[in-house]
Design a protein around this ligand. Structure first.
Ligand code: C2O
Length: 346
């Protein structure tokens, strides 16, 4: 067996659920350079804030950076459109595995889920920071494991801000409390807000502790070169990660594939995606801290799998999973907040 990786030199059309094809490939293929962990003083870790606690000055900074990213031309791999398309190309069959043109490369449904999305956000954040000349810039996280964060953060709901997306599920806008058992619009939930919050906490406990006792249970199943996509997702990837994608997406006549958040190809078009995934990323760090038994795979095929992203200089970078295991080595951590589900054993 060997680690798996996408063949970056051959990006093809992405396949959508309705059978159509969409070109999600980045604009300019170029030689890749190897990723290097950043150098910084360990007292200077950047701290990603909880979105609902972020102050106006911070939000203005992020809004400015995102507006600049949205204004970049389609020919620039750093543009918001191209950043969103990263998800589409990596998740809808835009790439095949190196040397295996008939086998899609897929970052969901396996042990690649957490490291891929961590690296993706890392470069998204670096690009935003460079657009406003702030190398310390951080993205916020959607603190949905805390009752105070179980609604869409208000920053995303101002129609005049670059954070807005008009095709979120309109029945799930604030103050609607999310439902981590959400199973589509046909399965109504009549619980009160307090009941939903309490249930959500027990689901967090279950997915982080009871259903996450082995690395493969939390991180996902091994995925090596030659394997078919989706050998098996970890607990968090399915629920609440996937649940919240669907809860935020909007199955309406004009968005039949649950765009934006409810489909791989379009999820990255909603700015809330990056806050959702920062929280998913945070749960990985929390999981590792919960028990000495919660360790990442030591398997070389895991550590030596790699991905490509464009960095803040529009340079193609090759990043290995082994460099994505520790947020603190990558230069950031998460704002500390209370974690009430630790006491919510069902
Ligand atoms: Cu790449 Cu939230 O999925």
């Amino acid at each position: 067996a060997a680690p798996t990786a996408p063949d970056m030199s051959q990006c093809g059309p992405s396949k959508l659920d309705d059978g159509t094809a969409l070109n999600c490939c980045p604009p300019k293929p170029s030689e890749a350079v190897d990723f290097k962990l950043p150098k910084f003083n360990r007292h200077d870790l950047r701290v990603r804030p909880a979105a609902h606690l972020a102050d106006d000055a911070y939000l203005a900074k992020y809004a400015k950076a995102l507006a600049l990213m949205k204004a970049l031309p389609d020919s620039d791999p750093r543009s918001f459109k191209n950043q969103a398309n990263v998800h589409c190309a990596y998740c809808n069959g835009g790439y095949h595995q190196v040397g295996l043109p008939n086998l899609d490369f897929q970052v969901h449904g396996s042990w690649l889920f957490f490291p891929f999305h961590r690296a993706y956000l890392y470069f998204y954040e670096k690009i935003l920071g460079s657009l406003i000349n702030d190398p310390d810039f951080v993205i916020p996280y959607w603190n949905w494991d805390n009752p105070d964060g179980m609604v869409m953060p208000s920053m995303f709901n101002d129609a005049n801000s670059p954070f807005f997306d008009a095709i979120r599920d309109q029945s799930h806008l604030p103050p609607t409390v999310m439902d981590l058992t959400y199973d589509g619009p046909d399965v109504p939930n009549n619980m009160s807000d307090e009941e939903k919050k309490a249930l959500n906490l027990t689901i967090m406990y279950r997915q982080m502790v009871s259903n996450a006792k082995k690395p493969s249970m939390f991180l996902g199943e091994p995925y090596r070169t030659g394997d078919s996509p989706n050998p098996g997702p970890g607990s968090m990837e399915v629920q609440p990660h996937g649940t919240i994608h669907n809860w935020t997406g909007n199955p309406q006549p004009n968005t039949p594939m649950w765009e934006d958040m409810g489909n791989f190809y379009s999820a990255g078009r909603d700015p809330i995606f990056y806050a959702h995934h920062a929280q998913v990323d945070r749960t990985w760090a929390i999981w590792r801290s919960l028990s000495p038994k919660n360790k990442d795979f030591k398997d070389k095929d895991f550590l030596n799998s790699y991905f490509y992203f464009y960095d803040e200089n529009a340079k193609l970078v090759k990043i290995y999973v082994r460099d994505c295991l520790d947020t603190k080595k990558m230069g950031y951590k998460y704002q500390k907040v209370d974690i009430p589900w630790l006491k919510s054993r069902p």
